[in-house]
Design a protein around this ligand. Sequence first.
Ligand SMILES: *[C@@H]1O[C@H](CO)[C@@H](O)[C@H](O)[C@H]1NC(C)=O
Ligand SMILES: *[C@@H]1O[C@H](CO)[C@@H](O)[C@H](O)[C@H]1NC(C)=O
Ligand SMILES: *[C@@H]1O[C@H](CO)[C@@H](O)[C@H](O)[C@H]1NC(C)=O
Ligand SMILES: [Zn+2]
Length: 376
Amino acid sequence: MRGVVVFCFLFALAVAQELAEPCDEEACQLPNCRCSNTNIPGGLAARDTPQFVILTFDDAVNNINIETYRDIIYNRRNTNNCTAGATFYVNHEYTDYQRVNELYNQGYEIALHSISHVTNQTYWAEATYEDMALEFGEQVEQMAHFANIPADSVKGIRIPFLQMTGNASFQVMADYNLEYDCSWPTVASINPGLWPYTLDYASTQDCVIPPCPTASIPGVWVLPMVTWRDLNNNPCSMVDSCLGIPSTEDEWYQFILENFERHYLGNRAPFGFYIHEWYIRDDVNPHVRRALRRFLDLINNLYDVFMVNSKQVIDWVKNPVPLNEYIQQPCRTFTPTFCSPATCPVAAAHNLNVYWMSICNVCPRVYPWLGNPLGQ
Ligand SMILES: *[C@@H]1O[C@H](CO)[C@@H](O)[C@H](O)[C@H]1NC(C)=O
Ligand SMILES: *[C@@H]1O[C@H](CO)[C@@H](O)[C@H](O)[C@H]1NC(C)=O
Ligand SMILES: *[C@@H]1O[C@H](CO)[C@@H](O)[C@H](O)[C@H]1NC(C)=O
Ligand SMILES: [Zn+2]
């Protein structure tokens, strides 16, 4: 009897989440805790703060979109002569893992965008801890296995349709060694912009796509998606979701700059350029592609602007050194990994499809899916 009581008590302790309390600035200190606010980390002045630019692409990586990535972002350097970064939020279905391995070896960051990417907003809104463990927790191992990249290089997630799942996704992150989420837009804190923060204490961020987390989940970072304003002054989280948009290359270049300057001439909160590759294809919006290229050419020549992987932004926030010190720091290093390529036709158990998988590992027995991330 007593054993049962003790067992139940321990079990309750393990699953209960504490409601997060208002942030205690004294107790919440870097590198592992930060209150949600628009203060520049380390109390730096804006002119001493590196302006980070975070370029991200969502969804499956394949043989078509890799051409855009090679064309637009490969071989770029910041003025500190370090390789310019970008982040890929990759979902499993139809992903070419050999191309993911290529992106990793070019120095870009591979992050997670779920295994199923189910096209059903309600599914995500109602997702439980168990659902999110299958979608994101197990995707770490899946990505590492098929792309042959280190599991501990995978640190970030973005939930499909930016649909928050309350505490669930963040608790999964804490339990699966994931460090930051980049799914949570803010329309209220754009000028000055919201800096990344942890969930040790209650977030003050506006909840645009509820449910948002309210539990205390120590050490997990939110990298807020500071929204743009379109030409009608309406907010947009992803560049390709802006409705009031210009029509020519020059106007697009100005449009990007206006949004960038809100950050660069303000509190230098990281500037996000969040997009899907299809939007900048030459046969869709060639003028947007050219405007983006001009913008990247510009910032790659500014002494205080740095195009980096998202994880590098979190690392800087944890240890915020002033610009003059930052430019002296050695570049990020990583160990390239080899791809031993295989192309495999594999049948799926969850539907009747046969998928052609392009991977850097041995062929799986069945098509990998929720609950069987390696297809064993
Ligand atoms: C998150 O956890 C807090 C604290 O336990 C709880 O009050 C809240 O209802 C949870 N949110 C959701 C959406 O489950
Ligand atoms: C920049 O880095 C490249 C590659 O490491 C090197 O070849 C080049 O000399 C460097 N340029 C400067 C100006 O340091
Ligand atoms: C979407 O997901 C919800 C929750 O999982 C489910 O009840 C509903 O049937 C799904 N809708 C469709 C069209 O599949
Ligand atoms: Zn997506």
